[in-house]
Design a protein around this ligand. Structure first.
Ligand code: HEM
Length: 492
């Protein structure tokens, strides 16, 4: 009897798997053969490749196709290979692809659950509209003095610690200290010398927040493959104790300002009135989100630029010449306008994000059933069902020779060309209504740090550098052992 039951169950499972894995074939969408259970992500499960690497490989393999049907474990997903289709989905037909394919419960993860990146539907729309006001160029300009202070403190620290023979730093870690320092002061008005006070509770909070315990890290990984599980099992991304501390820190800052009738031009000051609209808890979550977004992405971006400049000394020298000119014009302290204006600094920033975008791919979700009709009639119209995850391969597009000549070479000059400066093929900050809200803040923060550093220090690759692969289990595109670079003070 048991044997018969087991047999029936097996037959049902086999039929179900066969039907699941024939989803794209039934729709005549080309794609790789999936393996049972792991779909097309097996190499990631065994930690051989990152999800980003798999997406890039599939993009390259299906050259000539606009869309590719793949399976993330058991879930059919659509990989979009065509930049115009990416644009249509994220801009013109945005309402059909409104949300990111990430699900988190605010009650179990206070910080990530309330982050605009995770919010959905109307909730996202309302909050995004309200917080946009905190990111205007006027608001960023008002914070610029604080960013400059952070950059100067970074240089002071280097002047004290780098001897005549130079010193080696891992650039992501180094840059994250600078971005943490500037975010603490720009977001909450908290002044901490992060480089010099590594044991301060704020520094520990910033570092620990993104270091989940081993079990949490495992669940987090599972949730990248099965996003809906995150909400179901109440999985958290952030370290629980630390996120509670971050909430307390922000609440204490709000309370202090309320009690003393203080008005401030930092993020917290801009968010304070929203407590009356969304309630205190939601605004605390939004304020906390900037603690993560404002330091992690920018730390990675700046770490990557420092590595690229160390690897390309002639680019570094050209940038230094531009910086010297602007530092001289501004009498030793760069103005906000100069940071926005410097063309070669902007080109280096974009070129680094082109080669190694912080998010190698984005996963949107189809929120309203959609019919995709290829303009060239390469295949019949395809109905994309509500709930289908949509993969946008940013890294692969940025490194496609169709769009960028010699993509594996670091050539900032390509972005000096007027047409290329605003090219649709560059998507380092995403597209459309959901594009990065912190773009202006992040680029000003990173460019200011890079400017002060390259003006004062020469960077070169550490001879013992061994570039590791992107960490297969990380959310961001992070090389496992970071980038080791030698810093040497410039003689003036
Ligand atoms: C160089 C630094 C940064 C890079 C490369 C970056 C990149 C991105 C990317 C690719 C997205 C996804 C966009 C999309 O879905 O189309 C994003 C979203 C987002 N970023 Fe950034 N980011 C950076 C800095 C920042 C900073 C400094 C903040 C906040 C202070 C921030 C806050 C956000 C938020 C809240 C979202 C979600 C937006 C939404 O879904 O409405 N980012 N970022």
């Amino acid at each position: 009897m048991i044997t018969v039951l087991v047999g029936i169950v097996l037959v049902v499972v086999v039929f179900w798997l066969k039907s699941t894995y024939s989803y794209w074939t039934r729709k005549c969408v080309p794609g790789p053969e999936p393996r049972w259970i792991v779909g097309n992500f097996g190499a990631n499960v065994i930690r051989q490749k990152s999800l980003g690497d798999i997406v890039t490989e599939l993009y390259r393999k299906y050259d000539g196709h606009k869309i590719v049907g793949i399976y993330r474990m058991l879930t059919p997903c659509l990989l979009i290979r065509d930049v115009d289709v990416v644009k249509t989905m994220t801009i013109k037909d945005f309402t059909n692809f409104h949300d990111n394919d990430i699900y988190m419960d605010q009650s179990s993860d206070l910080i990530f659950g309330g982050n605009p990146f995770v919010l959905k539907g109307e909730d996202w729309k309302e909050k995004r509209t309200q917080i946009t006001n905190a990111f205007t160029s006027g608001k960023i300009k008002a914070m610029f003095a604080s960013m400059t202070k952070g950059a100067k403190q970074m240089i002071e620290y280097l002047n004290k610690t780098v001897g005549d023979e130079g010193k080696t730093f891992e650039t992501i870690d180094f840059s994250s200290n600078y971005t943490l320092e500037t975010v603490l002061i720009c977001a909450y008005g908290i002044e901490v010398k992060v480089f010099e006070e590594p044991d301060s509770k704020f520094v520990q909070m910033g570092k620990k927040l993104l270091q989940p315990k081993p079990l949490e890290a495992f669940f987090f990984y599972v949730s990248m493959l099965y996003p809906k599980i995150t909400k179901l099992l109440k999985i958290r991304f952030s370290n629980q104790g630390t996120s509670e501390q971050v909430f307390e820190m922000i609440k204490a800052a709000f309370d202090y300002r309320d009690k003393n009738n203080l008005e401030s031009k930092d993020f917290l000051g801009n968010l304070a009135p929203l407590r009356a609209v969304f309630g205190e808890k939601s605004v605390l979550a939004l304020a906390a989100a900037f603690f993560v977004d404002g330091q992690a992405t920018t730390g990675l971006a700046m770490g990557g630029i420092l590595y690229d400049l160390a690897k390309n000394p002639e680019v570094q020298q050209k940038l230094r010449e531009e910086l010297n000119e602007y530092f001289e014009k501004d009498k030793g302290q760069l103005s906000y306008e100069s940071i926005q204006e410097m063309p070669y600094l902007d080109a280096c920033f974009k070129e680094s994000l082109r080669m190694q975008p912080v998010l190698g791919f984005l996963t949107k979700v189809c929120t309203k059933t959609y019919t995709y009709t290829p303009p060239d009639e390469s295949h019949p119209p395809i109905v994309i069902e509500k709930g289908t995850p949509i993969l946008l391969p940013i890294h692969a597009i940025h490194n496609d020779p169709q769009y960028f000549d010699e993509p594996s070479k670091y050539i900032p000059e390509r972005f000096m060309d007027k047409e290329m400066a605003n090219t649709k093929y560059f998507m380092g900050f995403g597209n459309g209504p959901r594009a990065c809200i912190g773009r202006r803040f992040g680029s000003t923060q990173v460019k200011t740090g890079v400017a002060y550093l390259i003006h004062n220090y020469e960077l070169s690759l550490n001879p013992n550098i061994k570039l590791s692969k992107i960490d297969p289990w990380e959310f961001f595109s992070v090389p496992k052992d970071g980038f080791r670079v030698d810093f040497r003070k410039l003689k003036k």
